[in-house]
Design a protein around this ligand. Structure first.
Ligand code: ATP
Ligand code: AMO
Length: 463
């Protein structure tokens, strides 16, 4: 039986539950409580030593001597308590008949799960009351991730992540995109720049793909029309920030363009409005669970996503007193500030900023037809932080080679990519999303390590 499904309608039913023994509370020799947990759900099990229940005082003692987090089978009958229960998610109890320990956890775990699941407000309240509670630091959590992942908030975060990924596939599939898998072992950098993990490939220098960029474009040259990919992306950046990982999950898409690269923006608009709606409507339990440990305001977004030009964004920042180079890139601080300004003016925390200066975009980005110092490109922001980059791409080999050289890239390392555009290549564009960033920012979490199952940052390769 799933604990999360138990309700008053089950009163009188015999059930068998396997779960983790979260807490044991002896009351007397003859009575004890045992809280059992599965994922985000907990239920209180009551042991009373009576002949009619077939429960002995030894069984009560056995149950209270279980080590926390041991895996336990409980057989019992569902009952409805007189008073509402505060400490468990389910509002029914199990009158225990039998308890079996399936797998015993060590007596002292490196992380106390109750502490790991507390909100900052709980710690503060306890401190004011003079109670001593221990905060579980992020490094400790990540060192013992197999325990840390059991907190209700973490259970919810990775369910949300799975839903974002599913919706991404489902939405794009419904728009005639086909899923592809491009190689992750490749011969050179895909984004330009040095942030690649290098390795040996049968005696040949190789690297881990920084993105599916070149291959998703070559798939368009391969006649697929519209493609998407969900897969790992590797960046050897020494970025010790709250939003950079060395390995993350990229959600990528690429499509033929009929008339204008705004067709790509329209896909993003439909896709993300569908994702946000789906999460708000179908993942309420998960969102409430995250909210209990990490309180956040629901994301403000519009039914039709706001699009602003980069120049408009710069102007808003200037009007608000920020000194800024109109042809330079926005730094983290300016992005955040622009996020706040846009929220005040337009009432949305999700928007597209387009027409970036060409100089701050990768070599494969299409320059604007009317002014080649700008580009047919965009970034997308949630709560003032970037979640997506995208653009129309250069689809003629001559311009592509020229742009690569201007950006300091040795065109011979990407010769087969460039050649692909000389066999007949349709105009096209696409975008790349960081999955961990979407979940982090939708839930206003403060660190990307919270939304990566086993994060890889410049310092961490284990577990
Ligand atoms: P993209 O790769 O599309 O640019 P991104 O969000 O990873 O997306 P970066 O270009 O890597 O963005 O960085 C953008 C901003 O992030 C930089 O301007 C800088 O302010 C900040 N940043 C990047 N790396 C670091 C770092 N190691 N320490 C502090 N800030 C950083
Ligand atoms: P970009 O380099 O901007 O664009 O990456 C796309 C998106 O991936 C996420 N992201 C990251 N997430 C975690 N850790 C990192 N180190 C990191 N770097 C990037 C961000 C970012 O918006 N080929 C282009 C996409 C395209 O044009 O289709 C690209 O890779 O959410």
């Amino acid at each position: 039986t799933d604990i999360g499904d138990l309700g008053e309608a089950d009163a009188g039913r015999s059930v068998l539950i396997r779960g983790a023994a979260q807490a044991m509370r002896p009351v007397s020799k003859k009575m004890a409580f045992l809280v059992m947990r599965q994922s985000m759900s907990t239920v209180q099990c009551v042991l009373v030593a009576t002949a009619e229940a077939g429960v002995s005082t030894q069984m009560v003692r056995f149950a209270t001597s279980l080590s926390k987090e041991s895996i336990v089978d409980v057989e019992g009958v569902v009952s409805v308590p007189k008073e509402p229960l505060k400490a468990t998610t389910q509002q029914v109890e199990i009158q225990v008949r039998k308890v079996y320990c399936i797998n015993r956890a060590i007596p002292t775990l490196p992380i106390n799960l109750e502490d790991a699941a507390r909100s900052e407000a709980e710690f503060e309240k306890a401190e004011q009351a003079g109670e001593k509670l221990v905060r579980v630091l992020q490094d400790t959590r990540l060192n013992y991730r197999a325990i840390d992942l059991r907190t209700p908030a973490n259970q919810a975060i990775f369910r949300i992540q799975c839903q974002v990924e599913n919706k991404f596939r489902e939405f794009l599939s419904s728009k005639q995109f086909i899923g592809i898998h491009s190689p992750k072992l490749i011969g050179g950098s895909s984004e330009g720049g040095a942030a690649v993990f290098k390795l040996q490939y049968n005696g040949q220098p190789a690297c881990l793909a920084q993105s599916p960029q070149l291959y998703k474009q070559m798939s368009i040259c391969g006649g697929f029309g519209r493609v998407f990919e969900v897969g790992p992306v590797f960046r050897a950046e020494n970025s010790n920030t709250h939003r950079h990982l060395c390995e993350f999950i990229g959600l990528d898409a690429e499509m033929e363009i009929k008339e204008h690269y705004f067709e790509v923006c329209d896909i993003i608009d439909g896709l993300f409005v569908a994702i946000f709606k789906h999460l708000n409507e179908n993942c309420q339990k998960e969102l409430e669970t995250i909210n209990r440990q990490y309180p956040f305001e629901p994301l403000k977004y519009l039914e039709k996503t706001l699009k602003l030009t980069y120049a408009e964004g710069i102007q808003m920042l200037k009007d608000a007193g920020t000194e800024i180079d109109p042809m330079g890139d926005l730094n983290t601080e300016s992005e955040k500030k622009l996020g706040r300004l846009v929220k005040e003016k337009y009432g949305t925390e999700f928007f597209i900023l387009y027409r970036y200066p060409l100089a701050v975009r990768p070599f494969y980005t299409m320059p604007c037809y009317d002014d080649p110092s700008y580009s047919n490109s965009f970034d997308v922001f949630i709560r003032g932080e970037e979640i997506i980059s995208g653009a129309q791409r250069v689809h003629t080999p001559e311009l592509l080679r020229k742009r690569a050289i201007e950006c300091g890239i040795d065109a011979s390392t990407i010769a087969s990519y460039i050649e692909s555009f000389s066999y007949g290549a349709p105009p096209h564009g696409g975008f790349g999303v960081g999955l961990e960033r979407v979940v982090m920012l939708f839930c206003a979490l403060n660190n990307i390590r919270k939304t990566s199952l086993f994060p890889r940052d410049p310092q961490r390769l284990a577990p």
